[in-house]
Design a protein around this ligand. Structure first.
Ligand code: 13P
Length: 337
């Protein structure tokens, strides 16, 4: 498949992406929450549970893996990659190396991982990866983000995207404006708009082929500590669509949201509200980590005896988000079996 075909397949109608690429530190945090020790065996067992969920492939087009996972095998000896491929699910890989403080920019971060990235991508392609992810983190306070922070992170995102395409891998470009803080939805709109303008300018400067790429952004949403509380799905849909119409070229085949701290049901309802206002120039779908996994983790608790319960919980979120990706979700589906 060409880059364009892979990008389009990842946002096929009613389908989205499972982000299961938690780094060692992040998966430990998630496992701590369910009282499970984070050993290599438990991480494998957990990912195997998700990837072997019957029917999930109807709504999950691709899975983003972590370096450890793309090399692991299931209990029966098959590689986890081959299990996904047998279901028609496209394997992807997280390739950034996380964030470090940005020099002379208090409170701001830059994502690392460009050095040697071409060679790492070539190896991941051999291991089966057809797409990749790089996450930049943008925080909001009274004084940040600075344009300096947006510029250097956008440059790195575009450089990563160009290297991916050079190696025949579809880049998912993820500039995440965090939901942390007390800012309003208007502030999130202003910052996300500025961020996306900067990112697409950098992509243009570096000759990124947008038809063979996907954007993974935050929704336009108030900060978690905002005094007005959460916004309605309608208000979020209105602000989010306005932001993307003003900043995202129509050449990009899909916009796949991160969940970023929204609850599982909020993330589904908000995606649905966005799609109910369609048609849009791009597919709007999901690339959720927490919003797809939280109920499955809680049901599994690290125990093999709970695999069926974990799979039922994950299968349900996949199904309902698949419906939301087409604007066909209804809250009553939450209580249906
Ligand atoms: P969340 O949906 O939990 O935000 O994770 C998505 C992701 O891949 C962040 O990089």
């Amino acid at each position: 498949m060409s880059l364009h075909e892979v990008a389009r397949a990842l946002v096929a109608p009613g389908k989205g992406i499972l982000a299961a690429d938690e780094s060692s530190g992040t998966i430990k945090k998630r496992f701590d929450g369910i009282g499970c020790e984070s050993t290599e065996d438990r991480r494998r067992a957990y990912r195997e549970m998700l990837f072997t969920t019957a029917g999930a492939a109807s709504n999950v087009s691709g899975v983003i893996l972590f370096d450890e996972t793309i090399r692991q095998s299931a209990n029966d000896g098959r590689t986890l990659v081959s299990i996904l491929e047998a279901e028609g699910v496209i394997p992807g890989i997280k390739v950034d190396k996380g964030t470090v403080p940005l020099h002379n920019a208090p409170g701001e971060l830059i994502t690392e991982g460009l050095d040697g990235l071409g060679a790492r991508l070539a190896e991941y392609r051999e291991l089966g990866a057809k797409f990749a992810k790089w996450r930049a983190v943008i925080d909001i306070s009274a004084t940040i983000p600075t344009q300096y922070c947006l510029d250097v992170n956008a440059h790195a995102l575009a450089r990563y995207a160009a290297l991916c395409q050079q190696e025949g891998i579809v880049p998912i470009i993820e500039p995440e404006v965090l939901m942390d803080g007390a800012h309003s939805i208007e502030t999130c709109l202003e910052v996300t708009t500025r961020t996306l303008h900067t990112v697409f300018n950098a992509c243009f400067d570096q000759s990124v082929d947008l038809r063979g790429a996907l954007l993974k952004p935050n929704m336009v949403i108030p900060g978690k500590l905002h005094s007005g509380g959460a916004a309605t799905p309608d208000a979020i849909a209105e602000a989010t669509i306005r932001c993307f119409e003003e900043t995202v070229p129509a050449a990009i085949p899909g916009i796949v949201f991160l969940s970023g701290g929204q609850s599982d049901t909020e993330a589904t309802a908000n995606l649905d509200a966005i799609n109910k206002r369609g048609p849009h120039p791009w597919s709007f779908s999901f690339s959720y980590g927490r919003a797809l996994q939280a109920p499955a983790l809680a049901a599994w608790k690290g125990l093999d005896a709970n695999i069926a319960a974990g799979q039922a919980a994950y299968g349900k979120r996949a199904r309902l988000n698949g419906a939301a990706a087409e604007g066909k979700y209804d809250n009553s589906m939450e209580s249906a079996s």
